[in-house]
Design a protein around this ligand. Structure first.
Ligand code: G6P
Ligand code: ZN
Length: 542
């Protein structure tokens, strides 16, 4: 038995987990006692850990291995019986959720700053997921934060570092450390949900795809599942080796940051299907040849085709989307006669609906799609769902989406981001919008049906969330939504979401920036964007 040491410490301010855990610069996490204080606060806040099993792993970014060694020694000192750690310290966010659920562990710790850049000067993060597999609810994160403010000591064993690179079980101060294959359980779960035989046949008969792992965690998952189990040719997975700094990249799968993939999918001779995932594997972007599928349309199309996938053969219980996500999935729900839920931004709001069996698929405009198979969004799940649909329907991505629009109408949609604007100016802009009496007013060709600041009452636990984004909804169902990002790190980011319903198939091919031009202009005027932020153009358009 290694000696348990109790180390005196003093609180650090600001150890307040956000929506996806505590995210700070590596330099902050690397300070003596900083990580230790937070981990002890977690262990002190989640109930009796004695004899329990914990899942542990991360997205492989800089500081991942160092943090894992510390957490293992602290778990041993705090009485855990066992920690299951992904080989090499690797575990994607959805795989962690799957493993926690499969082995019914006492939750898990995930080390990630999601799509934020990694490296000595970049970001690191840590979050605790509960035994149901999802991120800790606010009651727990608040308890953790409160604990960090009064912490006086933490416990750690004095022992040598554990070998993280060889599978097998070893002992650390009387605790078992089980180094497991981070891909196997997840791949098996995917195999139970999707028609691997049909996808294998599609690849064998020439379906061509590119998956951009962006040098982040999904590399090993995608290589095993797409190239080994499904027989896609070697090289299908691009940037498949996880690197501590993601190859200097920004591992966020969108049209700007996944530019290598966008280029690969452009022009004649390009592959049929392209997809990318983010740092920790929970986001996804879907492309066809010369064709971008918005996350909102992706959710709608997958929901409409769900029964083609064996895991969802019996249909969906409901579809949930975040408020700024387009209403395209609602149209599918209406046709299927199942409920459509509209929640605030943030995956955590889907948890209660999934647990209660009120929804099966959920998704967000912020490149998140998933189902009740885990309690996180799941990038590769979305990719495999698309592959399943492509393999069965034997049509192109563009044909499937345009046929969907013809059947349901198109919710033409775009998001304009103004990044790094002055925080006070951003608050002022929102305040200005909040006060506007707009109901009944005519703006260009549109008449305002109502405007409000979105509030949500969870239908399962009754909890209320206010001020979740300003909506201006027009009589024809068109919509402008204004929100400040909750995940940005520098200044404020204003997001403007613009949507118009187009029933006429002869107009479905029009570029959204053109089709939405009048609403975009209305949004800029209404929010006085240029006057208040000094910006003439958005930083990112998706
Ligand atoms: C994270 C959450 C998502 C959420 C997104 C919103 O990625 O996991 O559930 O949709 O943040 O980001 P934003 O920057 O718009 O607040
Ligand atoms: Zn992520």
């Amino acid at each position: 038995m290694a000696a348990v040491k109790t180390v005196s410490t003093t609180p650090f301010s600001g150890q307040k987990p956000g929506t996806s855990g505590l995210r700070k610069k590596v330099k902050v996490f690397a300070q003596p006692h900083y990580l230790e204080n937070f981990v002890q606060a977690v262990f002190d806040s989640i109930g009796d850990v004695a004899g329990k099993t914990l899942v542990l792993g991360g997205d492989g970014r800089y500081h991942n291995r160092t943090a894992i060694q510390t957490i293992l020694k602290m778990a041993a000192a705090n009485g855990f019986a066992r920690v299951m750690v992904g080989r090499g310290g690797i575990l994607s966010t959805p795989a962690a959720s799957a493993v926690i659920r499969k082995y019914k562990t006492f939750g898990g710790i995930i080390l990630s700053a999601s799509h934020n850049p990694g490296g000595p000067l970049e970001d690191f993060g840590i979050k605790y997921n509960i035994p149901a597999g999802g991120p800790a609810p606010e009651a727990i994160t608040e308890a953790i934060h409160a604990r960090t403010e009064v912490i006086g000591a933490y416990r750690i064993v004095e022992a040598a570092d554990v070998d993280l690179d060889t599978l097998g079980t070893r002992s650390l101060g009387g605790m078992e450390v089980q180094v497991f294959d981070p891909v196997a359980d997840y791949a098996e779960l995917m195999e139970s949900l999707f028609d691997f035989a049909a996808i294998r046949a599609a690849f064998a008969s020439g379906l061509r795809m590119k998956f951009d792992a962006m040098h982040a965690v999904t590399g090993p998952y995608a290589t095993e599942i797409l190239e080994r189990r499904l027989g896609a040719p070697a090289g299908t997975v691009m940037n498949g080796v996880p690197l501590e700094d993601f190859g200097h990249g920004h591992p966020d799968p969108n049209l700007v940051h996944a530019h290598d993939l966008v280029e690969a999918l452009t022009g004649e001779g390009a592959p049929d299907f392209g997809a990318a995932s983010d740092g920790d594997g929970d986001r996804n972007m879907i492309l066809g040849r010369d064709f971008y599928v918005t996350p909102s349309d992706s959710l709608a199309v997958l929901a409409a085709n769900a029964t083609l996938c064996p895991g969802y053969r019996n249909g969906l219980k409901g579809i949930a989307r975040s408020m700024p996500t387009s209403a395209a999935p609602d149209r599918v729900a209406a046709k299927l006669g199942i409920p459509a839920w509209e929640t605030p931004t943030g995956w955590k709001f889907f948890g209660t609906l999934l647990d209660a069996g009120l929804a099966t698929f959920c998704g967000e405009e912020s490149f998140g799609t998933g189902s009740d198979h885990v309690r996180e969004k799941d990038g590769l799940w979305a990719v495999l769902a698309w592959l399943n649909v492509l393999a069965v329907r034997k049509q192109s991505v563009a044909d499937i989406v345009t046929a969907h629009w013809t059947e349901y109408g198109r919710n033409v949609y775009s998001r304009h981001d103004y990044e790094g604007i002055d925080a006070a100016a951003a608050e002022g802009l929102m305040e200005h919008l909040r006060g506007l009496p707009l109901k009944g007013r005519k703006l260009g060709a549109y008449t305002v049906a109502f405007n409000d600041d979105f509030a949500y009452t969870d239908p399962v636990d009754g909890s209320v969330s206010k001020k979740q984004g300003i909506r201006v909804v027009f009589e024809d169902g068109s919509r402008i939504v204004f929100r400040l990002s909750g995940t940005g790190t520098e200044g404020a980011t204003l997001r403007v979401y613009i949507e118009r319903f187009e029933p006429d198939p002869t107009r479905h091919h029009i570029d959204p920036q053109t089709a939405l031009a009048d609403l975009i202009a209305i949004a800029r005027d209404l929010a006085e964007i240029e006057a208040r932020t000094g910006r003439q153009e958005p930083t990112v358009i998706t």
